[in-house]
Design a binder for this molecule. Structure first.
Ligand code: MD6
Ligand code: FE
Length: 213
């Protein structure tokens, strides 16, 4: 793969590589995700308050992020099937190594599926044991409007995340508040029926069984 080109986001620690995956690489990754999801299907989690997410989720790797009445946590099994999550594909492990430069590989990959008017409210990723390790995000399918602002609250900015774009929350942006306001329907033909898949790679390690909020 050609070395992806990083752009200056103007936000310290928020790294963005537009078009990091060309169409062939997007299709190859999607095929791997589809194969994994066949055994580990998307399901709709609920918030600790009992509200269903509009996004459907599954995970790859030794640990997966889940939300239910008991809170947010990482666990080794799918909450519906009870089976271990499928392995993280090598394509993603290679991207992690190349783009983050981290020796420690990710042990969790959350897979979000957005259809129709699914969105994700502003949140922080803070359920991981080591909050110095980055979170790397890969987008496939329809373009999303990604909102990001400081951990402390306050002004946010919006970036478009298109199919094949990769971004990362690192260093001073690791605990940034961020979310997906909406999709731009029809902006990609990668997914049958439209929509978007987002994959976020994390070092969750040691957080299994831990809950927050
Ligand atoms: C999404 N992304 O793009 C949601 N989290 O669907 C995230 O929540 C996210 O893009 C941590 C780091 C990067 C992200
Ligand atoms: Fe997040």
């Amino acid at each position: 793969m050609a070395e992806p080109r990083e752009i200056d986001t103007g936000l310290d620690g928020f790294r963005l590589w537009p078009g990091a995956l060309d169409p062939a690489a997007q299709a190859a990754l999607l095929a791997e995700v589809r194969a994994a999801v066949a055994a580990s299907p998307f399901y709709r989690p609920v918030t600790p308050g009992g509200r269903p997410f509009s996004v459907r989720m599954t995970n790859l790797g030794p640990l997966g992020w889940v939300s239910d009445r008991d809170g947010y946590r990482y666990q080794p099994t799918h909450p519906v099937t009870g089976q271990a999550w499928p392995a993280i594909p090598d394509i993603l492990l290679d991207l992690w190594r190349d783009l983050t430069g981290r020796a420690t590989p990710p042990d969790a990959c959350l897979v979000n599926l957005y259809r129709d008017d699914a969105k994700m409210g502003l949140h922080q990723d803070r359920d991981e044991a080591d909050l110095t390790a980055p979170v790397l995000s890969v987008s496939l399918g329809d373009t999303a409007m990604f909102r990001i602002g400081p951990a402390s609250g306050g002004a946010t900015r919006t970036f478009r995340l298109a199919s094949g774009d990769i971004c990362a929350l690192t260093g001073p942006a690791r605990l940034a508040r961020h979310g997906i306001d909406r999709l731009l329907p029809g902006s990609s033909r990668l997914l049958d029926g439209g929509g978007r898949i987002n994959l976020t790679l994390r070092v969750a390690g040691g957080a299994a069984g831990q809950t927050s909020r």
